[in-house]
Design a protein around this ligand. Structure first.
Ligand code: PDD
Length: 287
């Protein structure tokens, strides 16, 4: 079965899906993206993802390529045409193609839109969640607008590769004060010895995760103790539990940080409960 990719108004076979060499996404990382979970063939938390996409475009003064409903239609088509039941859909918008100049191109240049979908076995993610993952801390060398979901992901690639070489699946970025900003492609959380769930407040140094927002709803609804404050790497070493959130991992237990066991080195009771709860709170779109 051949994969189908949406590129600028066309649904094309994967092997022929291409953008121009002077696309500003390729030349300058001048673009933004979204990754949404697909569950049972439906988009999860579509409204929050689309709101963040609109915000990212606005912050970078990239024109909205089409109405949000039309973008959602494209995403659904790509999911359907690729027969994805469970997995992810990736949507990228760049400022478009123009001769390489740092200044923004003329307003007549239209944004590039690309959309791909991929199946991911829920059983595989569940297997990872059952054993938990290891993370490695790395200095946060990213720019000062990490709240925008840009395709400028080189620091994340470097950090994740370094983590992989150390047998860890995720990297946690650490700021100059020794505080955890977030994961390379996830938000970071700990549970302290009293059972309070702790995550860094939103700011320019982390991404407003959609999974994070939905999980906060779940935690509040459950009446669990929640503290939004920065936490130090040393605090994470001594935490009872730790976990990450992202659209592809949902709520994923962290059992080792820099080679040290978190708690008893197994996924904790609170993170397991939150992982189960997450999908009761995530909005599954009906389209
Ligand atoms: N990454 N922080 C960063 C730096 C991220 O790249 C991501 C998501 C998150 C979590 O956001 P959300 O819950 O909306 O997925 C936090 C996606 C999954 C990726 O780049 O593949």
């Amino acid at each position: 079965m051949s994969r189908i990719v949406y590129v600028n108004g066309r649904y094309v076979p994967y092997a022929r899906a291409a953008v121009h060499v002077e696309d500003r996404g390729f030349q300058f990382a001048d673009g933004i993206y979204e990754v949404c979970e697909v569950r049972g063939g439906h988009l999860v938390d579509e409204a929050r993802h689309m709101a963040r996409l609109t915000r990212s475009l606005g912050e970078l003064q990239i024109a909205q390529p089409m109405r949000t409903a039309a973008l959602v239609h494209v995403m659904r088509q790509v999911i359907r045409r690729n027969h994805v039941r469970n997995g992810l859909v990736y949507l990228q918008v760049t400022r478009g193609t123009a001769p390489r100049e740092f200044y923004f191109p003329d307003a007549s240049v239209t944004p590039t839109v690309v959309c791909l979908a991929r199946s991911i076995s829920p059983a595989r993610v569940d297997t990872n969640a059952a054993s938990g993952i290891a993370v490695k801390s790395m200095p946060d060398i990213r720019w000062q607008r990490c709240d925008i979901k840009t395709v400028m992901l080189l620091p994340a690639c470097l950090a994740k590769e370094a983590a992989r070489k150390d047998g860890a699946r995720e990297a946690w970025f650490i700021d100059n004060d020794g505080l955890v900003t977030e994961g390379a492609s996830s938000n970071a959380w700990i549970v302290d010895q009293s059972g309070a769930v702790i995550t860094r407040p939103l700011g320019a140094d982390n991404l407003p995760g959609v999974t994070r927002a939905t999980l906060l709803d779940a935690i509040k609804e459950e009446g669990m103790q929640l503290i939004e404050r920065p936490f130090a790497l040393t605090e994470a070493y001594a935490a009872r539990e730790a976990f990450i959130t992202s659209a592809t991992q949902t709520v994923m237990p962290v059992v080792r940080i820099d080679g040290r066991s978190v708690g008893d080195g197994k996924p904790g009771a609170i993170v397991q409960r939150l992982r189960l709860k997450f999908h009761q709170f995530a909005a599954i779109s009906s389209g």
